[in-house]
Ligand binder design. Structure first.
Ligand code: MG
Length: 337
């Protein structure tokens, strides 16, 4: 095989609205675009570094550059990124993994989902996320999101009850809740019962990741299923979560990319767990990569590019509430010109 030519470019993504969750707020995200050129083809990937895990734009860029000379044969896309990865830099690993999958599917001349044997008709509806805000602003955002089947509401702030009441007064859309580790074992049960009464479908990460035993106890009495997010990174984390959570939320940026995401889906299914596919704030490069494997999951939460003021790429499109992967070879992403 010809040698790989790996290029990194800074990618600044501005948000349409300031985004608040239990841990903080942001107006823009600094991601990294990765381009891997080989034999006249260009594979694209994207890193959305996660500050909580010690990653930022500079560390992700450095990690991709360190990986480049170690990549070896691009045909081995199922293991190449993992074997070349820099410890603690999963977003960089994901970016390279995505670019290699893009190249592989381009070589095969088929969309990535087709190379993986997946049926795009099985892509589930995506939820649209509503961040923590005043009840008035939340009601306004919910009205703007009326075209989505499912809303994901971020709780864990001081005014959860007012926020959710504002949502329920505004819409009959299906609701999920993400507590982002914001609750305590003492208050969680009461909140779960209240949310069940409002028809919420499930709760993501009710307690801090460190409280696994407490989560297991809480689940025995919970009227709602739990999905793990902050508690999980990779497939090897799943066995210990069985019994504490009903399902897992997979994010390409946390697990290191598509190859590991596919392993996680298999391991979760072997434990009888549900699977949700989430994202960070990402352009259509990384979101499209996730869309290509989303036919395998129960719940999609792929709104990262929909929250942007301007998406620098075109790829998966929102169709009937679903983020549908393009029907062209590879990932099917290109710069918006
Ligand atoms: Mg979450």
């Amino acid at each position: 095989m010809t040698a790989l030519d790996v290029v990194t470019r800074p990618l600044e993504l501005r948000l349409r609205h300031t985004f608040r969750i239990a841990r903080g707020a942001s107006d823009s995200r600094l991601n990294v675009l990765v381009e891997v050129a080989q034999a006249g083809r260009l594979g694209r990937g994207e890193a959305a570094p996660i500050l909580r895990y010690g990653e930022d734009q500079a560390s992700a860029t450095a990690a991709v550059q360190a990986m480049a000379p170690r990549l070896g044969d691009a045909r081995h896309f199922a293991s190449a990124a993992r074997e070349a990865a820099v410890a603690g830099q999963a977003a960089a690993e994901a970016a390279v993994d995505i670019a290699l999958h893009d190249l592989a599917a381009q070589r095969c001349g088929v969309p990535l989902y087709e190379m993986l044997g997946l049926d795009p008709a099985r892509v589930p509806a995506t939820s649209f996320t509503i961040g923590i805000d005043s009840p008035e602003v939340v009601a306004e955002k919910v009205r703007e999101a009326s075209s989505y089947e499912v809303l994901k509401i971020k709780l864990g702030g001081p005014n959860d009850r007012e926020m959710l009441a504002a949502v329920r007064d505004t819409t009959r859309q299906r609701l999920r809740v993400d507590a982002n580790e914001g609750w305590t074992p003492e208050t969680a049960l009461e909140r779960l019962e209240w949310l069940a009464g409002l028809g919420v479908e499930y709760v993501e990460q009710p307690l801090p990741a460190a409280m696994l035993a407490e989560t297991r106890e809480l689940r025995k009495r919970s009227p709602l299923p739990f999905y793990a997010d902050e508690s999980i990174h990779r497939a090897a984390d799943i066995p210990k979560l069985a019994g504490a959570f009903d399902g897992i939320n997979i994010k390409l940026m946390k697990c290191g990319g598509l190859a590991e995401a596919l392993r996680m889906i298999a391991v979760a299914r072997a434990h009888g767990m549900g699977v949700m596919l989430g994202c960070m704030i990402e352009s259509s490069v990384a979101i499209t990569a996730a869309a290509h494997i989303s036919a395998l999951v129960d719940h999609a939460d792929l709104d990262g590019a929909l929250l942007l003021a301007e998406d620098p790429f075109v790829g998966a499109v929102l169709k009937d509430g679903r983020v549908v992967p393009p029907d062209v070879p590879g990932l099917g992403v290109r710069p918006r010109s």
